[in-house]
Ligand binder design. Structure first.
Ligand SMILES: Nc1nc2c(ncn2[C@@H]2O[C@H](COP(=O)(O)OP(=O)(O)O)[C@@H](O)[C@H]2O)c(=O)[nH]1
Ligand SMILES: Nc1ncnc2c1ncn2[C@@H]1O[C@H](COP(=O)(O)OP(=O)(O)O)[C@@H](O)[C@H]1O
Length: 219
């Protein structure tokens, strides 16, 4: 599914699909924003959703906010790479921008749940790197959901009651980061991405690079 771009050292490599999942409120959105700001060559996948827009969210940036018939038409038209129902709403990843970014040699960042992560893995196992973010405690999780101040008490209760179920999928992920402190968690997630970018299997230009080096040594 992915074709090559160039790494910072000029060696061609396959783009990767970097997935962050967590129970609601553990810090995926915060960490995703920092990654996009600070890691060149990484593009956010903007999901389509039927959920209500929160105060401060921007249509087309945080999500593509669509109505149910539009979402169903996207599913029927094969426009979504994966999709799932979360908290009674539909969420899905538009296929076009992901494929375009990967073809242009960029990595793509996904803030999606475990259902979507499973679907991506089925489609492109070798190119998916998945990270599960855990909160330090249930009390912290609840505090963060309240401090975000964007959901009603009823919605927060629903998200808290779903957290344990969401978390039960932690062992399907490649890496686990506990978000005590944002700077520390960001540094950990960034290290994962940096190391994964250097993986031999993705660096399809290495054979040619080493051959050239060997040629130079012999010549
Ligand atoms: N499968 C899938 N899940 C998504 C997608 N977009 C968002 N989600 C997940 O849907 C859940 C709810 O997201 P949201 O309503 O933004 O709430 P938040 O996680 O509390 O910020 C989160 O677990 C997201 O990771 C998507 O395109 N596909
Ligand atoms: N390490 C942390 N310590 C304290 N607050 C945090 C931390 N990480 C995130 N937050 C805050 O918690 C709230 C939920 O974080 P958010 O990134 O929206 O979570 P998610 O996208 O996983 O639902 C936000 O108000 C955010 O600023």
């Amino acid at each position: 599914m992915t074709t090559g771009g160039h790494g910072t050292d000029g060696v061609e490599r396959r783009g990767l699909m970097f997935v962050l999942s967590s129970p609601s409120g553990a810090g995926k959105t915060t960490l995703s924003r920092l990654l996009i700001e600070r890691m060149p060559g990484l593009k956010m996948s903007v999901s389509a959703t039927t959920r209500e827009m929160r105060p401060g969210e921007v249509n087309g940036k945080d999500y593509l906010f669509v109505d149910k018939p539009t979402f169903e038409a996207m599913v029927k038209g094969g426009e979504l790479l994966e999709w799932a129902t979360v908290f009674d709403n539909s969420y899905g990843t538009p296929r076009g921008p992901v494929e375009a970014a990967l073809s242009a040699g960029q990595d793509v960042l996904f803030d999606i749940d475990w259902q979507g992560t499973q679907q991506l893995r089925e489609k492109a196992r070798a190119d998916v790197v998945s990270v599960f973010i855990l909160p330090p405690s249930a009390a912290d999780l609840e505090k963060r959901l309240h401090s975000r101040a964007q959901d009603s008490d009823a919605v927060i209760r629903k998200r808290m009651s779903r957290a344990s179920h969401e978390m039960s999928h932690w062992a399907e992920y490649d890496y686990i980061v506990i978000n005590h402190d944002v700077d520390q968690a960001f540094a950990e997630v960034q290290s994962i991405l940096k190391a994964e970018r250097l993986k031999r299997e993705r660096r399809i230009g290495l054979v040619g690079f080493v051959r050239t080096l060997q040629g130079q040594l012999q010549g």
